[in-house]
Structure formats: structure tokens, C-alpha cells
Design a protein around this ligand. Sequence first.
Ligand code: SAM
Length: 248
Amino acid sequence: RGTVVLAATPIGNTADASARLVALLERADIVAAEDTRRLYALANRLGVRVGGHVVANHDHNERGKADGLLDQVEAGATVLVVSDAGMPTINDPGLAIVRRAIERGLPVTCAPGPSAVLDALALSGLPTDRFCYEGFLPRKHADRMQHLRMLQSERRTMVFYETVHRIDEAMADLEAAFGTDRPMALCRELTKDYEQIRRGTIGEVRASVESDPPRGEMVLVVGGATGAEPQQGRALDVQELARLAQRM
Ligand code: SAM
């Protein structure tokens, strides 16, 4: 029997590719890549020749692909799973094949490496002993607010992925849900030349987003509730109503 290997790829700095990733790219029998062009571009930058058969494995086809790939594993192949950046399965394809491999009793292992969650958490300066990964917030304002309200009393540090298109709305909603004074960090372009961490209260970071709109990829890290926010629920409702009234 072969094995499935999930491998992390760089999130911005090619030099973060591990020696193990390089060896796997050269030697794996099959490489299941989120985007095959991006895989070849990475291999090119690394000066690696991808040795095996390359197949596309993205959100839309990964469930259908899993069994075929696992048949190859059963026959002895090493199947390397990579996404466009960072750790597969973390808001990226990969989970479908992991689940099927577990169900079929086939070996699955991991060649770890960069992932924006841990990079941002570690750089945020916020408590790291307990945290929760929240991925992307819902796109629609009402859904986002509902989700954030559920997190109002969350005590762990929270990590959110965000895109440049929604950062203004996300910051407004974070302030409405958690108040102005919670500490947070906006971590952008991690591992790249223009890496920047903006730390402060939610109010301060929001003001900086308004005055100097951040570009590129970003992660928001927000401090958990300390238990000293008794008025928050009421204050939120008033703020919320005011904002809704403004929109009408
Ligand atoms: N699998 C990836 C990982 O392990 O981090 C995440 C993929 S997800 C589709 C892409 C999101 O990750 C971006 O919108 C951003 O929130 C975050 N991200 C990825 N690379 C980043 C970077 N270099 N700096 C900041 N955020 C990054």
C-alpha cells in the first residue's frame, strides 16, 4: 500500500517550502493540486521537476476524485495533496480525501509547513494558549452579525480569514459585536516583502483601515472576552439599530 501525504506549501515566501515538500514533489506518484498551473509555477520557483502524474483536485471535484486516488494508494502509490497556499484542508481542498482514506483504512500523513492561522496568531501578541479558528466570516451582513453575536462571550483568541473586498464591513461588524476596546491584530501579507501587523483595539485598527486601506491577503486575530464586558449586549443592540436605521 502507498500513502496519502498532505503537504503545506508557502503562503508567500518560496523559501518556506520544506525539504520534504521538495522531495515529495519530485517523487510522489500522483500530485493532486488545487490548481495545476499554480503547482507548476511553485515547482518552477523551487527549481523542482514534478515527477508524478498531476491531477486537479479542487473544492468542486474533490469528493468525486477521492476514491479514484485512493484506489491508486491501495495499489501502492504515494498521492501528494497540495493546495494553492498553506495547509490543505484549512479553508482549502483536502478534507474529502482524508475522510475517505480514514473510512477505507488507508494511510494518510502530513508534511507540515506554513499556514496563515498559526503565523498570524503567533505574531498577534494575543494569548495563544487557547484559540479558535473561525475561517471566513459569512458574506452577508445579517449572517455575519448573527455569527459574531454567538462569539461575543468566547474567551479564546479568535482567528478570522478575511479578504480585501470585505475588510471595511468586517471591521464595522467586529466593532459592533465585540465593542471598540477589544485588542486585535490585522496581519497582512504574511511572509511576503510587505508583511505588516496592525495591532491595537478594534476601534484603532478600524480607524487605520479607513485611513490607510490595507491591501493583499489578511488574517484578523481578536482577543477573547475577559468577562468585563457586562454592557456589551445592550450597547450592541443600540449601535446595531442605529446602523440599520441609517441604511433605511
Ligand atoms: N490553506 C491556507 C492556510 O493554511 O492558511 C488558507 C487558504 S484560504 C483560501 C486564503 C486565506 O488565507 C486568505 O484570504 C487570507 O485570509 C489567508 N492567508 C493566506 N496567505 C496569507 C498571507 N500570506 N498573509 C495573510 N493572510 C493569508
